[in-house]
Design a protein around this ligand. Structure first.
Ligand code: NAP
Ligand code: G4F
Length: 325
């Protein structure tokens, strides 16, 4: 039997790197779209770079996306690329709309024109729920996004549904709640905290400066969530799913747990707050109901909150030690 072929936008990102590893282990031929940068940023994929084929392309450039679909001739397309940092979406709202909203239409158009029989996954987000209308949030909960990023993702979500309904494409959205890992970007709160805790442990920093400590998130492990993306594309019918853990914790809880990993009970001694990290509009409370994914996809998260925090703190300590050797 011929190996399946997958095309991933955002392969150099956190999720793209875990998804590529997951698909390689299933003997897929994996293609990834990478954009031009002045120096390559392949840290997350270096360990398997020789096993995947990288195709130059950009979410802003229709021709490059269409050409990538021609080259890859994929059975499955995973659209993970985006301007994914919520805070930046206020300082670069138009760019966020171009990448995160219209970029989705461009990838869908490339698929519609070149390979309409392929299956399409859109990386939708719990940020679409924003000011939540019910708790926990499920696939039927209405949206009230609170940032230009959330608004752009809501567009990406609906254009995916629209292409499914207009052209009968197999196009699905995974509404994923926050998921983290040692590969998370340093600007996101979890990694900022675990990196800060690791630096404090090694005597390289004295404190961490954060914004809103009261916001609550449903945090899972990225390595668990990429399996759910794949499962959505293995179903007989295209549909949308919430992927979450069903548990939430405040930023303060995360900080407390991270300091406990290094044996420090008095986390408040090390944490400062600054208005710099307060957002113009906040998403205060997210918690996902993943019962549909559990029932239909037979998916459930495997990594607990405590193990996730421990994994991230320990990985950051190791990384800092390695870098200082
Ligand atoms: P990430 O680490 O920030 O990765 C984003 C990827 O998009 C990177 O590979 C980046 O490439 C690429 N990209 C950005 N702009 C691009 C452009 N103009 N053209 C081509 N590629 C571009 O994000 P992630 O955490 O893996 O998230 C993956 C997707 O899931 C994103 O769409 C995100 O919005 C969404 N999502 C994430 C979460 C979460 O908690 N992680 C939850 C829900 C939804 P460079 O390496 O060149 O920057
Ligand atoms: O880690 P964050 O920046 O993630 P956020 O905004 O929840 O977005 C992430 O999850 C979404 C899914 O819901 C994705 F769609 C999106 O792409 C991204 O992956 O912030 C989490 C919370 C916020 O309430 C923020 O205000 O942490 C709070 N926070 C407090 N101090 C901070 C900080 N966030 C950051 N980044 N930095 C701080 O110093």
């Amino acid at each position: 039997m011929l190996n399946k072929r997958a095309l991933i936008t955002g392969i150099t990102g956190q999720d793209g790197s875990y998804l590529a590893e997951f698909l390689l282990a299933k003997s897929y031929k994996v293609f990834g779209i990478t954009r031009r940068t002045s120096t390559p940023n392949y840290e997350r994929i270096r360990h398997f770079q020789d096993k995947v084929e990288l195709i130059p392309g950009d979410l802003l450039d229709q021709q490059s996306l269409t050409s990538a679909v021609k080259i890859a001739d994929p059975d499955e397309i995973y659209n993970l690329a985006a301007q994914s940092f919520v805070a930046t979406s206020w300082s670069q709202p138009v760019l966020t709309g171009e990448f995160t909203a219209l970029g989705t239409t461009r990838v869908l158009e490339a698929m519609r024109q070149v390979k309409p029989e392929a299956k399409f996954y859109q990386a939708s987000s719990s940020e679409m729920f924003g000011m939540v209308k019910e708790t926990p949030q499920n696939e039927k909960t209405s949206f009230h996004p609170r940032s230009p990023y959330g608004v752009a993702k809501t567009y990406g979500h609906w254009i995916t549904i629209n292409y499914r309904e207009s052209y009968d494409l197999f196009a699905v959205s995974g509404i994923l709640f926050n998921h983290e890992s040692p590969r998370r970007g340093l600007e996101f709160v979890t990694r900022k905290v675990t990196n800060g805790v690791a630096k404090i442990k090694l005597g390289q920093a004295k404190s961490i400066t954060l914004g809103n400590l009261d916001a609550k998130r449903d945090w899972g492990f990225a390595g668990d969530y990429v399996e759910a993306m794949w499962l959505m594309l293995q179903q007989p019918k295209a549909d949308d799913y919430v992927i979450a853990t069903g548990e939430n914790h405040s930023v303060a809880d995360f900080v407390k747990e991270a300091f406990l990993v290094i044996g420090e009970k008095n986390w408040r001694k090390y944490v400062k707050t600054s208005k710099e990290f307060i957002r113009p509009a906040e998403v205060d409370f997210l918690i996902g109901d993943y019962s549909k994914a559990k029932r239909v996809l037979k998916w459930a998260p495997k990594t607990s909150f405590k193990s996730l925090v421990k994994m991230m703190v320990e990985a950051d300590i190791e990384l800092l030690k390695k870098n200082s050797r």
